[in-house]
Each structure stands twice: as C-alpha cells, then as structure tokens.
Design a protein around this ligand. Structure first.
Ligand code: GTP
Ligand code: MG
Length: 449
C-alpha cells in the first residue's frame, strides 16, 4: 500500500538529511520532489500544492531544534501535514442512543459496498453487537444472494424482500421494512447495502436519497474504490452534495494502487475517512487512523514518537556534550546512570531503539529489558565514584564488593559491565550511522538535561 509514494517521499526527504540548516534554497528541491511524489500518487493537484506550501512555511518559520537534525525535523513536519491531510484524528461510527443504529452504505458500482457491509457486520459482531444486514440492492438477484452468502458465513441475519420467489424491486420499502424487522428482533445495528449507482444516473441518485428520507440513517458511508483515480474525488463530491454523507470507506487499498485520489477526498469534501479495506476477505477491514496511515506512508517506523519523546526529555546542550563523549569514548558509568534516568522517562529502552528504522534487527538479541534497569541502578549505586568514571578498574575483588553492596551476584555485576560495553559499542555504531545521515540524530536519545 502506497509503496511508491513512500519511496518517493523518503527519497525527497533524504536530500535534506545531513544539511546543517533548513534554508529556502536547500529545501526547494525537496519541496518539488514532495509535490511530484504526491502528484504521482494521484493526489489532487490543489491539495498537493497546499500541502507543500504548508510544509515549506513550517520548515522555514519553525524553530528548528538543534538536538534533532534538520532532516528529522522536516520528516516531522511532513508527517504532521500528512496527518492533517488525512483528517487529524480517527473518526468512528457513533452508535445511536436508541437502537438500532442505521447505517446506509452507498457508492459507485463495484466499489466494494456489499463486501464492506459484510465486513462491517462482522466487525460489530466481534464487538459483541447484534448486527443485521438489509439487501436494498434489488435490481440484480445475484446481489441479494451475494449478501446472503456473506451474512451466512458470519452468522448474521439478512433482511431481503421476496415475493413469489422474486426480489421485490423497491429499495425504499426493503430499507424501511428492515428497520422495523431489526427493531422487532432487537438487532442493534442495521447495515443497508444499496445498489451501485453512477452519479449521473438521476433516477438511482434519487432512489438513494429516498432511502435516506425514509429511514433517516444515523450514518451514511460513501464507499470508494481506491483505484479509481481522480474520478473518485468528483464522484465523492456529487454523492456528498446529494447525500451529505458522514464518512468515507476506502476499499482495495491492498491492490497495486496509487491511492492518492482517494486520500484527497477528505480534503475536498471535508468528510472523514472512517475505514479502509485491504482485501476481499471479511477480516480485511481496518479502522482508519490518520497518524498510523501517515507513519506507514512515510515508511518511518515510529521515528515520530521517538523525536517527540526525545524533545520532551532532552536539552540540546547536554545532548551535544554527551555525543562528544560517545565519540571520544569518554562515556562512563556515571553518564550511563544519568542517561538511564532520562531514558526511563521516555519508555523502555528496547522500545525506543525499536522505533528507529533498521534498528529492530540489531537490538533483538540485546538483553535490555526494563527490569534490568532496577539492577543496573542498584549496581551502579554501590560503586565508588572512581569506579563509575573508570569502569576498566573494576577487577574481581571490586566486583565481589559491589555485588555484596547491592545484594546481587557477581554474575549480575559482570552482566552490567558487559551491557555497558555493548551499549557503548552500539552508541558508536549509531553515531556513525547518523553521520551518514541514515538514522535519527541520536544525540537526542543520549542527551542529558
Ligand atoms: N482486493 C480487494 N478486493 C475487494 C475489496 N473489497 C471488495 N473487493 C472486490 O471487489 C469486487 C466488488 O465488490 P462488491 O462488494 O461486490 O462491490 P459492490 O460495490 O457491492 O458492487 P455492486 O453491488 O455491483 O455495485 C468483488 O470482487 C470483491 O471481492 C478490497 O478491499 N480489496
Ligand atoms: Mg453490491
């Protein structure tokens, strides 16, 4: 999903990494590349323009934290803008105070409405709700059968209207009767599947409006195939004018799709994307979270929370001092202890390191669990200042004394010293990576107050 957009955005952002400062000159190319990446992904032209304008403004006007490299800072800005573009926060479906909650599902032909209805019913059933489906796509007998089959596979009832073995071709009636049926059977959620329609088909557009008037749904969802391209935006606009829908469902995000058009819908019609479908199977439904999607698109692991947490905890001067210590190998157990206190506030060490793209594999075998923090603190506390500053003087008898002092085994002291050496090595590797402009500026992680 969005691999190509990810790749291009990462490429664009790389050019600034390693630059000392963000200037109008050195981000001009980056901004152009970002815009091209968005346009290539089929993002609406105006939306792409606004996007890069805002990024540029923030990058040039913003306070650039010196403990975080400009490259990372720009990633953060682009990320924030992406989240904004995708709708800021997650919007779910609000359930009606008096059941059943009526959800009307509409969209173009073949966009994935019926499949989505099945997915949504399954989603609610797993949440302990009692959903029911209504087959208001009355023009093709196969449509009713399709919904029935889906419903059967998840054990959810369907309301369909057949007389003399024939589907009654009255969508408004089906929908209205389904509401009554849901009420009678104490089903708390009713999902109405409708026929696919073209926005230019006046009769069909009127029909879905009539359904809306008749059943007064609590939620109208517009289903859009992510592969449709710019047409998706126009269609969304038309449907929104007629139906004033509450949310968008993006389907087929699993495909080889550029997807940018679908993502632009939010900015154009100002309606939130609520769900994303990523496959034909009924479990391929995810709630749409703008932040998670942005992280995915940027292919950045969780660098963003990392930078944020670092910003909360660390001061740039101390960071620089520490970074120098690491480079010159002066980093000692005293520093280690001090850093542990800071890092502890940010979350688990392994977690933090795991947020750095590419680090996952390297730290998997490293023994840095959080309980270890307590032992480490106890051990370092029972060392003399001299020992903390020059760990290499800690010989066998000192180890025994330290172990006695903190009520632990010599083995634990050995392990700490080993961890310390490993950490020192790791820090060196990371500062090297940073030098190549690949990873996050780790001075932020290692920095003190
Ligand atoms: N890959 C993929 N295929 C999907 C997804 N959602 C639906 N499909 C497929 O897309 C096709 C159309 O899906 P339907 O759910 O029947 O679409 P519809 O909007 O109800 O179609 P009409 O009722 O004919 O307007 C089917 O082959 C589905 O299996 C998805 O998220 N990913
Ligand atoms: Mg259908």
């Amino acid at each position: 999903m969005f691999e190509s957009l990810s790749e291009k955005l990462e490429g664009a952002l790389k050019t600034v990494t390693g630059q000392g400062r963000i200037t109008e000159l050195n981000i001009a190319t980056t901004m152009r590349e970002i815009r091209r990446a968005l346009l290539d992904a089929d993002v609406n032209y105006q939306v792409a323009r606004d996007f890069t304008e805002r990024v540029k403004e923030k990058a040039l006007g913003g306070e650039v934290l010196r403990s975080v490299s400009p490259g990372q800072q720009l990633v953060k800005i682009v990320y924030d803008e992406l989240v904004h573009f995708l709708g800021e926060t997650h919007h779910g479906i609000e359930l009606a105070p008096v059941p059943p909650t009526i959800i009307l599902v509409a969209g173009l032909q073949g966009s994935g409405k019926t499949t989505f209805c099945g997915k949504l019913a399954r989603y609610y059933k797993r949440k302990g709700r009692a959903p029911m489906l209504a087959a208001a796509d009355v023009y093709r007998p196969a449509a009713v059968d399709q919904l029935k089959k889906l419903a059967e596979s998840i054990g959810v009832p369907v309301y369909a209207l057949e007389e003399d073995g024939q589907v009654v071709q009255d969508a408004v009636r089906v929908a209205s009767e389904a509401v009554a049926e849901a009420r009678r059977n104490a089903r708390d959620i009713l999902i109405i599947d409708t026929a696919g329609r073209m926005h230019i088909d006046e009769r069909m557009m009127q029909e879905v409006q009539d359904i809306k008037t008749a059943v007064e749904p609590h939620e109208i969802l517009f289903v859009v195939d992510s592969m449709t391209g710019q047409d998706a935006v126009n269609t969304a606009r038309e449907f929104n004018e007629r139906l004033d829908f509450d949310g968008v469902v993006l389907t087929k995000l699993d495909g080889d799709t550029r997807g940018g058009a679908a993502l632009s819908i939010r900015s154009v019609v100002h309606k939130p994307i609520k769900f994303a479908s990523t496959g034909e199977k009924l479990d391929a439904l995810t709630e749409f979270y703008p932040d998670r999607m942005a992280q995915r698109i940027l292919g950045m692991g969780d660098v963003v929370s990392f930078v944020e947490r670092a910003q909360e905890q660390f001061d740039e001067k101390q960071a620089a001092r520490l970074q120098k210590k690491i480079r010159t190998e002066e980093f000692n157990l005293e520093d280690f202890y001090e850093q542990l206190q800071r890092i502890k506030k940010m979350g688990s060490l392994k977690d933090l390191l795991g947020m750095i793209p590419g680090m996952g594999r390297q730290i998997r075998d490293l023994d840095v669990d959080d309980d270890a923090f307590k032992h480490i603190e106890a051990i370092i506390s029972s060392m003399t200042v001299e020992e903390r500053l020059n760990p290499q003087i800690i010989n066998g008898s000192r180890r025994r004394r330290i172990a006695r002092g903190c009520g632990l085994e010599v083995h634990d002291v050995n392990q700490l010293l080993k961890q310390f050496r490993e950490m020192k090595k790791m820090m060196k590797t990371m500062t090297k990576l940073m030098g190549k402009g690949r990873a996050v500026d780790l001075s932020a992680l290692m920095g003190g107050r």
